[in-house]
Each structure stands twice: as C-alpha cells, then as structure tokens.
Design a protein around this ligand. Sequence first.
Ligand code: C2O
Ligand code: CU
Length: 488
Amino acid sequence: VTVLVLAVGGLFAWLWTGADVSTVGKASFDNALAIPPLAESSVDKDGTRVFDLRMRAGETEFEDGLRTPTWGFNGSYLGPTLRAARGEKVRVRIENGLDEASSVHWHGMHLPARMDGGPHQMIEPGGTWTPHWTVDQPAATLWYHPHPHGATERHVRRGLAGMFILDDDRSEELALPKRYGVDDLPVIVQDMRFDGARLDGERRIMQNVGFLGDRTMVNGTLRPYRDVADELIRLRLLNASTARTYAFGFPDGRSFSLTATDGGLLERPAPMDRVQLSPGERAEIVVRMRAGERVMLRSFPQDNYGDGWQRRFGGGDDSFDVLELRAAGELRPSPDLPAALGELETPDGTDAVRGRHFDLKRSGVNGRAMDLGRVDETVTRGTTEVWTVRNGNGMPHNFHVHDVQFRVLEVNGEIPPAALRGPKDTVFLPNGTTMRLALRFSGPADPATPYMYHCHLLYHEDEGMMGQFVVVEKGQQAQAPSGQSGRP
Ligand code: C2O
Ligand code: CU
C-alpha cells in the first residue's frame, strides 16, 4: 500500500509540475534555416509604399513527410518581412482567406488607433482591410500578428506572425551588419509540440502561463543551422511564442553586444552574455564569429523567473538549443561596432503630467477583465505619463502597450539593467516585480477608438488580462467604442 501511495503520489507530482524540458545537445541541427522573404511592395503615385498580405490556411512540412495544417500570410506558415523607412507612407492591403474572422496588429508601431489592427478592426472571412499610415518612429524590429478578442493565442500559434523592419537615416549610415539574410538575420523563435503531424496545443492549455512547447523552431524551421561568412552577425531576435520566455546566450559564455530593444537602437552597444525575452519582445544582438566554428544560440534556465513552483509552471528551468551558426573557414572582415548608436526619443518622465497604476492579475488588470465596450483609461494627446505596473500575482506576466515606445525608469526601485534601457513596448514582470514606465502619447486623438494594453502571454490576454485606453485632445471625453462589445 505504501508503495502504491508513493507511486501514485509521485505520478501526481510529476503530472502536476511537469518535467523540465531540455533539447540541449539532444539533436543535430541539420535543417537550413528559412529566411522569411522581404515582402514585395510597389510605390503608388503619391509615394505610398503598398504591400499585400493574404491570410490563408495551408500545410507545412516541418518534419520530412509530415504535413501539418497551419496558417500563414502569403504562404503556409508565418509571413514575409515588411520593410519601410521613417517618413514613408505605407498601406497594407490585407485579405482574410481564412474561414473565421481575424485581425492584423502592428506590434510596436506608432499609428492611428483605427489602423492598429486590434480587436476593433476585425476582418471577416473573405473580407479585406487596408490600413495606411506614415512611419514616424526610429529604425526598429517590429512585428505583426492577429489580435482577435479571445482567440489571439490560437491564431498566432497556427502560424500568423511576421516581422516588420523599420529603417531611418541613422540606421542606414551606422556601421552595423545590415545585409538581410546574410549578416543581418531575422530570428523568429517559437516553441511547439507535435501530436503526430498536428501541432498540439489546443488541448494543452493546462499550464498556468498557457501553452508551453517541448521544442523550438526559428522562422518555422526545426533544428535549424545557418551558414555565415562575416565576422559580425546581427541577430534580430523576436520571441513570437505564445507563453514562453527565453534567456538567449551561447554555451561558451561569449559576450555579445545588445544594439537594439523593442523600439530601436540603444544609445551605445551593451555587452552581455544573456538576453531575456518574454513573448512579444525583441532584441538585436551582434555576435562575433570565429572562422570555422559552429556555435549554438541557446536558451538557458532563468534565475529571475520566480520561486520554485512558478519556475516549473512557467518553464523557467527549461533549456533549448535554438539555432546553430556555422562560420565559413574564412570570414569577411566586419567594421567594429560604432561606439554610439542612437539618441533615445523615449521620454524620461520629468515632464509627466500624471501617474497611473496597473496591477496585473490573471483575472484582469486592476481587477477588471477585458471588456471591448469599456474604455479603462483616457490620456491626453501630447502629454507624458508615468505608469507603475506591478505583478504580485504569483506567476510570470508581461505588459505590452500599443502605439507607444516607452522608457523603463525603475525596476523594483532600481535603475533598470542595460537590456531595459532602450525603447520598449513590452516588458517582462516576474512575480514580485514593480516597474515604472514613462510613456508619451503623441496622438492623433481619437476618442472613440481604443488602443490596448495587456499581458502578452497570449492565453492570459485571451482570458481577459487586457484593458483599453483612448487618446483625446485636452478637455475631450472618451466615447463608447462603437459597434463592438463583449466576446465574439
Ligand atoms: Cu503583440 Cu496587443 O499585441
Ligand atoms: Cu500574464
């Protein structure tokens, strides 16, 4: 009886906590990394750069001979990389070729609320939506993905995501690796789990944080490698996973330079040997290669993830081999990294006109679950605010704000580490974290169309960890968002 009780107890404990996942050293990385193509565009009479995206269902062969049902933009999985420069007018014609409604949100982009692609800008099956705006922010690695209320996790996990790279005069002129797909590589990291040929996941939302896969892929390639032939390689890291947080680095502990965060360049390159990214966050790093070597980009267990059981539930003890870089026997010399990169345009908070508090709970932000018909916060165009965001909820969360790039002023009362000193639109808050953020709302005002703020662990977002804010002119009132409310 004792043995039985122990056995059952052990099994229960194992089921309850799950086992640590590790793919480190377990497989050889022999699949050539896919590089998402740069999206074709045309320039129309008034100088607008025009892109076409079509959301569609298809099949993808992640493993030889296994046909996996997936969704993608212009292809069967993920989407092309859009690219535009500061000052350019862009227009994207999006057609929804799926059999359910979705939307396309420009994560990290400063643009009018009606163009934002959140849950108020749904595209019906067979329908099209054509947002347009002028790019008015620094060079950065942004991305796009659906944002249907209550279904974002499923739509992203099926494959709807892509990169959106912005350039500006400064980024063109700086001596940074910038040949797309050669020494400047998009690295879209996702975790997944297979059930035969199918992507498993819909049945696996049992972890507190949402779906956690047991392997990773980059740009839709499992066990990827990439041949490189330059001394310096720039990796544009995007965590497009729905729930998992990574801590990227290299097994030999080499340091690399962080050059950009979510919204663009840091003031100067920051040397480090790990960079942590929660869902939705980006980092650009530049790593020095040695001739003839093979080096693995790896995700390591994380020491700031939280206390014991949270580490388990959050996957903080998991480790993954992510992407093998294979250096040619002879490398093209790269210029040294510039000592100075950009000037921050994010506000420093000294001109803040007010503060707000956001308490993150799985059940909602500030005790309220998301309601499409309710405007939670009204901000005045042209002003700066300081937002204090706190997670004491016992599990990891993060916090993303639409439309703006903000500055992290403080983390638990301290000056933020280098990795949080650049422009940010998403920040990771392990349990017990309080951050103060400075945000400037530069408009345009639209009292009837909200932007979102939310946890970017997509299961939490779908379950209601989201709120809405509108930008108004001084003295104007928010209006009830028209047309939609409640769950779809
Ligand atoms: Cu990347 Cu509101 O999302
Ligand atoms: Cu969360």
